[in-house]
Design a protein around this ligand. Structure first.
Ligand code: NDP
Ligand code: 8X3
Length: 248
């Protein structure tokens, strides 16, 4: 029988590439996101093995009923990929927009944890898996990363905590921590500044949605006695810089 994955953030980037790859390999996939027209296009492209679910993951009160509304033949979820998320702005903490901080917390933390809470009983029943998308920003601070990095650090620690709580259930939990990848991520972060996005990735040979999707598929199809706890990925052209020292 085909395995079933629920992949959040399926309308773009990592999530869209993952939806395409899992379906190509015979999975049934529930893909989520706010942009219904993009989910409809995926349905037209991918057919009956794709089930689109349009909702804003920040509306945590609605998440339980949205999951309950999933068609019966997609209900036995084997894999939850918590991918939906965003960074907003690169301003320093002392001059940034508090609304942007709240949006990142509501999406990257509250949305992710509420959906996970709802889907966990199904995953336990299926002896399934959770893959959470964090970021290198969880471990390595950079100017302007403030709350975005904080939300992704939550994702790391929450993943390790889940692993601990799910001990003995057979449910696997993995936290994937990518670095620079060219998706709509920077377009969203800069409120649609295509020039800024192009400039960031220019000459950097960044990772792609397909690169991350391949990693997700590899993790999901490892033998069931193996658990990747955390995995960090970067393009070769991205690495680390020295500490800053202010000599005022
Ligand atoms: P994209 O902007 O291309 O995709 C983000 C996805 O998240 C979209 O499908 C979007 O759907 C969805 N999403 C965002 N906000 C909401 C919301 N409120 N409700 C429902 N869905 C939402 O970026 P990426 O593919 O790059 O990002 C995917 C994940 O990877 C994010 O968690 C990001 O933080 C993380 N990441 C990205 C890296 C990068 O360099 N690109 C590196 C490390 C981690 P829609 O807008 O239709 O709602
Ligand atoms: C996105 C990666 O380095 O832009 O999570 O913060 S980075």
């Amino acid at each position: 029988m085909a395995k079933i994955a629920l992949i959040t953030g399926a309308t773009s980037g990592f999530g869209k590439s993952a939806v395409e790859l899992f379906i190509k390999n015979g999975w049934k996939v529930i893909g989520t996101g706010r942009r219904k027209e993009r989910l409809d296009s995926l349905k037209a492209q991918l057919g009956e093995n794709f089930h689109g679910l349009a909702f804003d993951i920040q509306n945590t009160d609605q998440i339980a009923s949205v999951v309950d509304s999933i068609a019966k033949d997609f209900q036995a979820i084997d894999l939850l990929i918590n991918n939906a998320g965003l960074a907003l702005g690169t301003a320093p903490a002392q001059s940034c927009d508090l609304d942007q901080w709240n949006t990142m917390v509501d999406t990257n933390i509250k949305g992710l944890m509420t959906l996970t809470h709802k889907v966990l009983p199904k995953l336990i029943e299926q002896k399934g898996a959770v893959i959470n998308i964090s970021s290198v920003a969880a471990s390595y601070p950079y100017p302007g990363g403030n709350v975005y990095g904080g939300t992704k650090a939550f994702v790391v620690q929450f993943s390790l905590g889940l692993r601990s709580d799910l001990h003995g259930t057979g449910v696997r939990v993995t936290c994937v921590e990518p670095g620079m990848s060219e998706t709509e991520f920077t377009l969203v972060r800069t409120k649609g500044d295509q020039g800024a996005s192009d400039k960031l990735y220019d000459g950097a040979n960044p990772m792609t949605g397909e690169d991350i999707a391949n990693t997700l598929y590899w993790i999901a199809t490892l033998p069931s006695h193996m658990n990747i706890n955390r995995i960090e990925l970067m393009p070769v052209r991205q690495s680390f810089s020295p500490f800053q020292v202010y000599r005022g």
